[in-house]
Write a protein that binds this ligand. Sequence first.
Ligand code: AMP
Ligand code: MG
Length: 332
Amino acid sequence: MIAIGIESSADKLGVGIMTDTGEILANERITYTPPFGQGIHPREASESHAKNLPRLIQTALAKSQLTKDQIDLVAFTQGQGMGPCLRIGAVAARTLSISWRKPLVGVNHQVAHIEIGRQIGDIQDPVVLYVSGGNTQVIAYSEKRYRVFGETLDIPIGNGLDTFGRECGIDAEKIPMGLKIEQLAAQSTNYIPLPYIVKGMDVSFSGISTAAIKKFKEGAKIEDVCYSLQETAFAMLVEVVERALSHTHKEEILACGGVASNARLKEMLKAMADEHNAKFVGLPAATAIDNGAMIAWTGILNYKHDLSTPLDKSQVDQHWRIEDCEVPWKEK
Ligand code: AMP
Ligand code: MG
């Protein structure tokens, strides 16, 4: 079985093609970049997605060397995400499903991040750290569902990094802001204390981001502030993941989402995993960052467990929480 998956929940537009044996045949992505100094505007991102999606589908098909007749199902991100962006992917997926006469499967974005990680990392039952532009959550499977064990009390870490970078005038037009911060941080070992906010299993990034901006505006070197921001924010995340690992008695850790492509975060998680004799899996950027392959793959899992999506149930759900998803393949 072969699935095409469309991801359009935020600023990334992805089209992936995967087989049911786990082979990625194509995984194309275009990132919408807002004007310099601005955050993502959902409507403008959605207009960019609408313009690029037909071409991206063609490119993915060409990469896979398949024709539309060889595709068995059409999967798309049904939630959570930004409404206008999600709707572009949903409209395209419905159109393909109808015109190609293939079943349609709406996929939960977070479940997809985890499932592609389990597949690529060859792991079964991890504690998951999902850190992206729009999410910061510690998730693990328990009693038939993926459940959120800890999350941010305010802004997601990626959002905190991006806001910090923008406010400090860091130029990251060609690469993700988080990667630019990572590169600057690698040039320093001078730690400037910043607020460390962990409350039980939850974390907060709003205060630390503001404090880091203040340090820079007071004259601290940008490299030192980037280094200190990463060390503090990542230590907070590692603390919560470590506690989740101890509580759940699991033996694997998976990091996913765009921020999880950070080498320093992966290094810190790996060091903690080693102390607990746990296996740590980080993902390459192609599958850590929002992508179409993860949607195709999770579409296959859903379809094989009778969870396809009739047209009249295919409207997007911006707030679709991971705890509300059935994951019957995990029960085996
Ligand atoms: P996503 O929402 O999963 O597409 O991830 C996007 C977020 O990941 C943005 O906030 C980026 O700044 C962030 N990001 C991308 N690369 C890195 C990196 N190497 N280190 C930290 N954050 C990153
Ligand atoms: Mg994501």
